[in-house]
Design a protein around this ligand. Sequence first.
Ligand SMILES: [Zn+2]
Length: 268
Amino acid sequence: MAAGTVQNIVVAGKSGAGKQPRIDVLTAEFGLTQLSTGNIFREYLGAYKKLGYPGTPSDFHRDGHFLPDAQITDALDPFAKAAALPTASAVLGLKAAFFVDQGLFVPDGITNELFASSFRSAKGRGLVLDGYPRTSDQSRFLLDLAHQMGTKLDLILMVDNDDEAIVQRTIGRRICPNKSCGKVYHLEYKPPREGRFCLACGSEVIWRSDDTEEKIQKRLQEFHEKAAPAIQLLQDAGIPLASVPGNLPVFTEQAVRNSVLEAIQALI
Ligand SMILES: [Zn+2]
């Protein structure tokens, strides 16, 4: 197992399963870069918002469709030039903003376009994919894209955790709101001081409004209905899958590292 031989790894698992510590192992061990859909959305939305375009994304959406890219490009170009930003990124950002601003689910077509743009920028290799693919349509798109670029997905690492454990973990989660700190606590497993204060910086920890039982159950349902079949589709296309448990008896950096490396050893 030498760094440089692995092209891309897909990390899958339910929201709250504990993917990040495993991603950290993969990036450190194989010199890969994490490519998260969350970050891609933030990057492109940011590019669009930075333009200071005075209209709204709805200006370019008629009868359920966006106007042709050339028209959106023409309208945004002067603002992009003034802000010294690439217009293409702003156009993609505008399309994402149309849905995100209305609290709507971003359709696969737009998510795929955003993902492809970032994947191409990285020349289609050296990545840990996080949060993508999340639907069967996205899986098919990804397989085509990798094929077109002459790169491959080496394996899928599934971080396993049962639904009940995820609900318990997520409901008790508290986060330090201090941007330069951001430590994550759990009321039971890793309590903040007096149940309220960050151990590192002393800020009062907060509870994320995304962490209600109702929202957690909804995310779990999404996983079972869409993400699990999307991963199955990759496996059916011949990409091997290794599983690691999300909960370890002893949760240390070393234990996480060993569990990941043991699981994938036979596959690379
Ligand atoms: Zn803090």
